[in-house]
Design a protein around this ligand. Structure first.
Ligand code: NDP
Ligand code: HEM
Length: 486
């Protein structure tokens, strides 16, 4: 039998087609609460989009651990044989919610693992490094990626002005302009935790760690021309491919690998292992295979389960810890703050964000609190108490992290080599890949003032003269085609 339509207060509705009016021609009566409720709810259907990574595609799945890294970590979700339900959301960074999927951009690779000791979020990208190494510069950097205040258009001049003044961006910009800057689908790219995190074991030993998610679908990319052609047909290519693949039972998988660095090595590496613009060379810290992530279930409601998903690098669990990486430290604050604004105080109680283990805390009240008290005992609404309320568990204490140094604003460019690692990447590309890298870079420089381009090229020359000259040749080629067309 058809279910009966009601108001949100549960009262049955007799007519959902005709407003309540004085006479057949109106006007509408103010007492038509059902009409007012409908219009008022519609006005509140949109929530603020994410300030970055607004356009995204997500699905649920499982992480299965097949390797054994138990000597490094006591994290339950990383023990041999463990299976943990999880959520993934992929995204572009710069575009708004309605942006086209097939644009050249870094892709977000955000993961939430519902472990038995709380939610562990690994909020990474499809790149192992980032554009900047000091979080102070993040809002400035993002402003260059978003719209110009006057033209309301994206500004290649702003992007190149910032990048050319920030040589630490060379590594990430090289990846962005390479083939990997435009994957065909979210399933055909790797994911990286990017930051250095830490693992700690029951003996209280700490190890530095990098997380990598290697696509089992293989890498596949579009050229800019192919991307533009697809965007002319559909702006939703990633949603179509990820959703469609999972609906068809063709489940994408990624292999989880970690690189492990003994705690004391951090003092010895020629690069700062907590610098987000650097990778750890595989030869020095070989990847260890840990498990497989499979995405096998689409959300039933995109808004409730993907749009309202709230990932945060602050969500770690016993056995996994942070590192001194300045960027990571800032993100520990920034995401939960964004969620309180975008979703509300109790965003963690929404079903998609709620841990699948018992939750006990002494936070109280607040807007839309439907959970009531979560202290574990009725009369315990403060802590400590003798009322049987939840109490701390020293068994999950992380080993202490030694930190020293004077508080100061240290120049993050001092003593940093911004060129060797982009050079290693440039060197591992074949001639065709390099030709596309040069042309992709030159295409984004169109319309940018010559002095900014010259400053950028001087940086590329320091990576490798061949890199700078390759972009110069591509720029000349584009200028030639423009002249010929005029
Ligand atoms: P390796 O030869 O051991 O590894 C090269 C890595 O580069 C592989 O992980 C490969 O990914 C990846 N790669 C290939 N083409 C691209 C591209 N266009 N964009 C991004 N990554 C790409 O060398 P090293 O470990 O010594 O690193 C050399 C350089 O490789 C680094 O400077 C860095 O730019 C890049 N790189 C290194 C990573 C690391 O963790 N060491 C991770 C990713 C990139 P895959 O295995 O999936 O094919
Ligand atoms: C989204 C801040 C660097 C990956 C976001 C959001 C904020 C933010 C505020 C929106 C969150 C929301 O509304 O749900 C920052 C700051 C950074 C930083 C302050 C640096 C200081 C990074 C880095 C990575 C990254 C280095 C990857 C390694 C992501 C991803 C999302 C995101 C994947 C989308 C998460 C989702 O799918 O919901 N970031 N970010 N960010 N960020 Fe960052």
């Amino acid at each position: 039998m058809t279910k009966r339509l009601t108001t949100t207060a549960g009262a049955p509705i007799a007519d959902n087609q005709n407003s309540l009016t004085a006479g057949a021609r109106g006007p509408v009566l103010m007492q038509d609460y059902q009409l007012i409720e409908k219009l008022a709810h519609q006005n509140r259907e949109r929530i603020p989009e994410r300030v970055v990574h607004a356009k995204g595609w997500g699905a649920f799945g499982t992480l299965k651990i097949t390797g054994d890294i138990s000597k490094y970590t006591r994290a339950k979700a990383l023990q041999p044989g463990s299976e943990t339900p999880m959520l993934a959301r992929f995204s572009t960074v710069a575009g708004e919610q309605g942006a086209a999927d097939h644009e050249r951009d870094v892709r977000g690779f955000a993961l939430k693992f519902y472990t038995e000791e709380g939610n562990w979020d690994l909020v990474g990208n499809n790149t192992p490094v980032f554009f900047i190494r000091d979080p102070y510069k993040f809002p400035d950097f993002i402003h260059t990626q978003k719209r110009h205040p006057r033209s309301n258009l994206r500004s290649p001049t702003a992007m190149w002005d910032f990048w050319a003044l920030s040589p630490e961006s060379l590594h990430q910009v090289t990846i962005l302009m390479s083939d990997r800057g435009l994957p065909t689908t979210p399933m055909h790219m790797n994911g990286y935790g990017s930051h250095t995190y830490s693992l700690w074991n029951d003996a209280g030993e700490r190890f530095w760690v990098k997380f990598h998610w290697k696509t089992q679908q293989g890498h596949s990319h579009y050229t800019n021309a192919q991307g533009a052609e697809i965007t002319g047909q559909t702006r939703e290519g990633y949603q179509e491919s990820l959703f469609g693949s999972i609906e068809a039972g063709d489940f994408p998988r990624w292999t989880l690998q970690v690189q492990i660095m003994p705690e004391a090595d951090a003092e010895k590496t020629p690069y700062n292992p907590f610098d987000l613009t650097k990778v750890w060379p595989h030869a020095d810290y070989p990847p260890i295979e840990v498990g497989v992530m499979e995405l096998n279930r689409n959300a039933d409601n995109y808004f409730a389960e993907i749009e309202q998903a709230a990932f945060s690098p602050s969500n770690i669990v016993p056995g996994i810890g942070f590192s001194p990486d300045k960027m990571l430290q800032a993100r520990i604050f920034s995401y939960a703050d964004a969620h309180r604004y975008r979703l509300g105080t109790h965003y963690e109680a929404l079903p998609v964000n709620a841990p699948k283990c018992p939750v006990h805390h002494y936070h109280k009240d607040g807007s839309m609190n439907f959970m009531g008290q979560q202290t574990g005992a009725q009369d315990a609404y403060y802590e400590p108490n003798t009322m049987g309320g939840a109490a701390q568990d020293p068994a999950v204490a992380e080993p202490p992290l030694r930190i020293d140094g004077d508080a100061d604003r240290y120049n993050h460019r001092d003593g940093n080599d911004d060129f060797s690692q982009p050079r290693a990447l440039h060197d591992l590309m074949n001639d065709d890949q390099r030709a596309r890298l040069y042309m992709n870079t030159a295409e984004t420089m169109q319309g940018v003032p010559a002095e900014i381009i010259d400053r950028a090229l001087a940086n590329y020359d320091q990576v490798s003269p061949a890199y700078g000259d390759g972009i110069r040749a591509a720029l000349a080629c584009l200028a030639g085609s423009k002249d010929a067309a005029e």
